[in-house]
Design a protein around this ligand. Structure first.
Ligand SMILES: [Zn+2]
Length: 144
């Protein structure tokens, strides 16, 4: 089945040079995650605008697709990391919001952590995800 590349209340921009440049900035966060040794799946990245102007990005749970707004990209590098890593936790690991986590709070904090700190928070979710996969593998082996 083809993946649905649209999400409610969000208009995907048509690709042009400006949109491509914005998308590259989002991709640079994904490359930074991979470069730091985390083996994450291929992610669909869409750039566009949400009906609700407070929305910075969206990610569909467990579907490896994220939508990011220019507002999230243009504010600062740390804010970009916060938004993209937040949506990646939703879409790769299937995790919802957490009141106690700086990265996964439902609201973007007034002041976000540095990108290095944010990558460290992201790695916690990654490690849990990897551990879960390893456990499933062990269960599969036990059955054999
Ligand atoms: Zn969220």
């Amino acid at each position: 089945m083809r993946k649905n590349k649209t999400t409610k209340n969000f208009t995907n921009f048509k690709m042009n040079n400006d949109v491509y440049a914005l998308r590259c900035k989002v991709m640079s966060v994904i490359y930074a995650v991979k470069k730091s040794g985390m083996n994450i799946p291929r992610i669909d990245v869409r750039i566009g605008e949400d009906k609700n102007c407070h929305v910075l990005g969206k990610g569909r749970l467990n579907d490896n697709i994220i939508w990011i707004t220019p507002k999230a990209i243009n504010r600062s590098e740390d804010y970009l990391y916060h938004t993209v890593l937040h949506e990646l936790v939703h879409t790769i690991f299937g995790k919802g919001h957490s009141r106690t986590c700086h990265l996964m709070s439902a609201y973007q904090p007034q002041v976000v952590f540095s990108k290095d700190k944010l990558i460290k928070l992201f790695r916690r979710y990654y490690d849990l995800w990897i551990n879960k996969q390893t456990k499933q593998l062990e269960v599969a082996w036990n059955i054999e």
